[in-house]
Design a protein around this ligand. Structure first.
Ligand code: GDP
Length: 534
């Protein structure tokens, strides 16, 4: 069991065995392959290859995935739950492309740890670095998997050194690779003194694992050629001398990472990593909230929405809000309080995302992710509780940095377009502004590719071809302050005003000078680049 935060009440057994994590990586490092193997060992699927197969089935259901395929990006995210040994894993998938960082960042608010996958030949790449920075802001514990050791990889010390230097993160080896590329035999498990040998003939077979009495155990020579054994002994001795020793506290604080070496495609090193997640990845603990933090040991059910996905099934126009449970034992049919609206909400058909398919969840515990089908009531950042008024904090909202006007190919379809745009705004995929003057809408996003994805989704899901066009505005700021002042300001600046999808006032301009001027001339007002999610 992991080293828990001192002086906190004991967790219910079911909560103590939860491990909720995400995988962060650069595209192509092997995240999908590793996920498949997790599910394989989690007993959730019989054969590897089904994540991809399932991905393809989803694609035919929802054609915007075509874009995902064409561009080699991943815009869909979901949660997968599966058991492994004594633990219950919740793997929350992060979309891979940097244009979808909003989604990714929010996803990382829902997990307790992250697995960082790097390619042994490439080391720390740009997307990994960005995602790592987000993990660091939250002090998330990081477990590292260095993949593709069956190919030519960099020198082991060099890889570790690069992570330490680039990410300012101490790295302690959990395993040590024996050879690499064609010579790769397996790893020496430094935590448990075991020799793990890779079976190249069968990619899905469990590696052979032999208990050793340390590296000098004479039986080592039965498995490893003399020259490789000598090198291994030297390297491990050096690693033990030069690299940081394991410190559970430092790992939990996000200051030290354990690293395993392996080959996801050969299923090698994966179970050791999973056991590491179980042993060192923390169970759910404390979720930051106002006016008080929530402990995972508490009995009343609480949770927050970190993602909303619409049109998972285009025939039904359903929306699924992904709720991270922060405390309590949730049971199907429970009535919870929707804090933002103050209304009760019966959660009749919660979904648990088991690897095979969505299933109705009969119950769930703190740490679990459940999907709640709804008609738009649930928004990102919303809290559900058993009555307490809580606001979970730290769910980021991003400033829309790019603004474009959007027009329907068919002007008669304006209402239809509004519906589509509102829905994507509520999903958190974009911001929507309705200018006070004239007709039409302006959409705000963080990365340029989001416009293409939106256009594609509107066409696929609403059969509505649309065009995005430049507008005269480049910045949007939410206006807040005393009501009469806000109204006075809006009247004086009508040509610059818009409402967002909640009807809140937004000031649009192309000049930073304008924004500075408002600051000077309207001291009672506040202009903000993001709107705090409630
Ligand atoms: P993702 O983009 O991070 O999800 O990466 P994928 O899991 O799709 O893997 C990218 C490519 O690397 C695919 O062609 C995989 O078959 C390959 N791959 C994944 N793991 C390994 C590995 O351990 N060894 C080798 N040689 N190839 C791998």
């Amino acid at each position: 069991m992991s080293d828990r935060i001192p002086n906190t009440p004991p967790l219910p057994t079911e909560v103590a065995r939860r491990r909720t994590f995400a995988i962060i990586s650069h595209p192509d490092a092997g995240k999908t392959t590793l996920t498949e193997k997790f599910l394989l060992y989690g007993g959730a699927i019989q054969m590897a290859g089904q994540v991809r197969a399932k991905g393809e089935a989803r694609r035919t259901r929802s054609d915007f995935m075509k874009l995902e395929q064409e561009r080699g990006i991943s815009v869909s995210a979901s949660a997968m739950s599966f058991p492994f040994r004594d633990w219950w894993f919740n793997l929350v998938d992060t979309p891979g492309h940097s244009d979808f960082s909003e989604d990714t960042y929010r996803t990382l608010t829902a997990v307790d740890a992250a697995v960082m996958v790097i390619d042994g030949a490439k080391g720390v790449e740009s997307q990994t670095r960005k995602l790592f920075e987000v993990c660091r802001m939250r002090d998330l514990p990081i477990l590292t998997f260095c993949n593709k050791m069956d190919r030519e990889a960099r020198d082991t010390f060099e890889i570790i050194d690069e992570i330490q230097q680039e990410l300012q993160l101490d790295v302690c080896p959990a395993s040590w690779p024996i050879g690499q590329g064609r010579e790769f035999l397996g790893c020496y498990d430094m935590l448990n003194d075991r020799l793990e040998l890779m079976d190249r003939a069968d990619r899905n077979k469990r590696a052979e694992s032999v208990k050793m009495q340390g590296l000098d155990d004479p039986r080592m020579a039965e498995h490893i050629p003399a020259d490789q054994l000598e090198k291994l002994r030297e390297e491990v001795a050096m690693a033990r001398e030069l690299l940081p020793t394991f410190d559970a506290r430092a790992l939990l604080d996000g200051n030290l990472s354990l690293i395993w070496f392996g080959s996801a495609i050969n299923s090698f090193g994966v179970q050791e990593l999973m056991a590491g997640i179980g042993a060192f990845g923390p169970p759910p603990e404390v979720a930051p909230a106002e006016p008080r933090a929530v402990g995972a040991w508490e009995k009343p059910v609480t949770g927050f929405v970190f993602k909303v996905q619409a049109n998972m099934d285009p025939k039904h126009r359903d929306r699924v809000a992904f709720l991270r449970l922060c405390s309590g034992h949730f049971e199907r049919g429970m009535k919870l309080q929707h804090v933002r609206t103050g209304k009760p909400m019966a959660v009749a058909n919660p979904m648990l995302f088991l690897a095979q398919d969505r299933e109705i969840a009969e119950d769930a515990w703190a740490g679990d992710i459940i999907g709640i089908p709804n008609h738009g009531q649930l928004r990102i950042g919303d809290a559900l509780t058993e009555g307490e008024t809580l606001r979970f904090t730290g769910i980021p909202s991003f400033a829309p940095e790019l603004l474009q006007a959007v027009r329907a190919g068919d002007p008669m379809k304006a209402k239809h377009l509004e519906k589509a745009l509102t829905q994507f705004a509520e999903e958190g995929a974009s911001k929507l502004f309705k200018p006070a003057v004239g007709s039409g809408w302006i959409v705000g996003v963080v990365g340029p590719l989001q416009f293409d994805v939106l256009a594609s989704r509107i066409e696929q899901e609403y059969s509505l071809p649309v065009r995005f066009e430049p507008t005269q505005f480049t910045s949007a700021r939410w206006v807040s302050g005393p009501r009469d002042k806000v109204e006075e300001f809006a009247r004086a600046n009508r040509g610059h005003m818009a409402e967002d999808h909640d009807g809140d006032p937004v000031f649009m301009t192309r000049l930073q000078w304008d924004i500075d001027r408002v600051g000077r001339d309207w001291p009672d007002l506040r202009l903000t680049a993001t709107k705090e999610t409630m």
